[in-house]
Design a protein around this ligand. Structure first.
Ligand code: AMP
Ligand code: TRP
Length: 355
């Protein structure tokens, strides 16, 4: 039990198409957590520019992700919705964390290796430092819980390592200023300024796979649009993509065990279960023994039923620039006050004259 006030933070990059993986792995969880927690949801435009973005497209995508949050049901009055670059304290804390984190830690990050590819020398410095900015996003609010998909696990472990090293490096100063908070780490009670944030990687679909290759995750950057269901796809496109989804020649098993070694079949069953908010077992009890030619139309109907209202709302909201921008401005102001309160103490802890 940490004695930090429970606070949820998460971020989504405004790059390309939001897809069903983003929705089931992250955004739907964001909506559910609003009832039990204070939440801050951020469109991370500064993370987006770690790889090249056309400026006009970045602006469009920032509004679109914001619209997706609102269309999915996030309430920007009860909680906070904003874009990262408005709150400059994220960048300020990220710099301090660049000086806390070690090269060796960042060298181990698999997302950097994947995104940089073979030509590492030519990757931006920002892409390498991406995880320290992510740690700053979370810790500038001293957030305790972060809902994300499975691919972000390593970044959240790094966030904890940074918090822990900061708490240790500055422990004397934190004690002198009385800025520490007691928290339980395993059996021990320790004192620190930053919480050791818990990842919330849960729900039925923490890792939605590509419709073309059951071993690759569904991704915004996959060159094949058939690999993913975009939140903006219309009913006909959704049906076509599911019809064309790769499967194996066998029918559906009646037990979950029968999905072992069949990643494409498993993915479609997981999608059905997640969309219907039921278990894989229940889906197989209904469809076990049937062919994919029977299952796919049922999955397509379900996907359309769940996604069409969100897509419609998203289109309506993203066309209203004045409204979307006012949500971001208001959210940015409220987030900025919280972030500045943290940074005032951080500057004192580190010894940066600035308050
Ligand atoms: P990104 O699009 O990389 O900014 O991701 C936004 C959120 O969606 C993060 O919490 C990711 O972990 C989550 N996410 C991205 N792709 C998937 C996927 N294929 N399955 C489940 N969650 C995902
Ligand atoms: N790295 C996350 C992703 O690609 C996005 C992100 C940035 C984030 N900052 C965050 C997620 C803070 C959770 C918390 O999906």
């Amino acid at each position: 039990m940490s004695s930090f006030k429970p606070l949820v933070f998460s971020g989504v990059q405004p790059t390309g198409n939001l897809h069903l993986g983003n929705y089931l792995g992250a955004i739907r969880r964001f909506v559910q957590l609003q009832d039990s927690h204070d939440c801050i949801y951020c469109v991370v435009d500064m993370h987006a520019i770690t790889t090249w973005q056309e400026p006009a497209e970045l602006i469009r995508a920032t509004r679109e992700v914001t619209a997706a949050f609102l269309a999915a049901g996030i309430d920007p009055r009860k909680h906070i919705v904003f874009n990262q670059s408005r709150v400059v304290q994220h960048a300020e804390l990220a710099w301090i964390f660049n000086c806390v984190a070690r090269m060796g830690w960042l060298n181990r990050m698999t997302q950097f290796k994947e995104k940089a590819g073979k030509d590492r020398e030519n990757a931006s410095v920002g892409l390498f430092a991406y995880p320290t900015l992510m740690a700053a996003d979370i810790l500038v609010y001293r957030a305790t819980h972060v809902p994300v998909g499975d691919d972000q696990k390593q970044h959240l472990e790094l966030t904890r390592d940074i918090a822990q090293k900061f708490n240790n490096d500055f422990s004397a100063r934190i004690a002198e200023l009385g800025a520490g908070v007691e928290m339980k780490v395993g059996e021990e009670t320790v004192n620190g300024f930053f919480p050791l944030t818990e990842p919330l990687i849960e729900g039925p679909a923490p890792r939605v796979m590509s419709l073309r290759d059951g071993l690759k995750k569904m991704s915004k950057s996959d060159p094949s649009d058939l690999s993913r269901i975009n939140l903006t796809d219309d009913a006909e496109t959704i049906s076509k993509k599911i019809r064309k989804a790769k499967t194996d020649p066998d029918g559906l098993p009646s037990e979950a065990d029968g999905l072992k070694g069949r990643p494409e079949a498993e993915n479609l069953v997981v999608l059905y279960a997640a969309l219907a908010e039921t278990s894989k077992e229940n889906v197989l009890a209904e469809f076990g023994g049937k062919q994919f030619s029977a299952f796919k139309p049922a999955l397509a109907d379900l996907a359309v039923e769940k996604l069409a209202p969100i897509a419609g709302e998203m289109r309506r909201i993203s066309a209203d620039h004045a409204y979307v921008d006012s949500v971001l401005r208001d959210g940015g102001e409220r987030a900025g006050m919280q972030a500045e309160a943290t940074m005032k103490t951080v500057r004192e802890i580190v010894g940066l004259l600035g308050n």
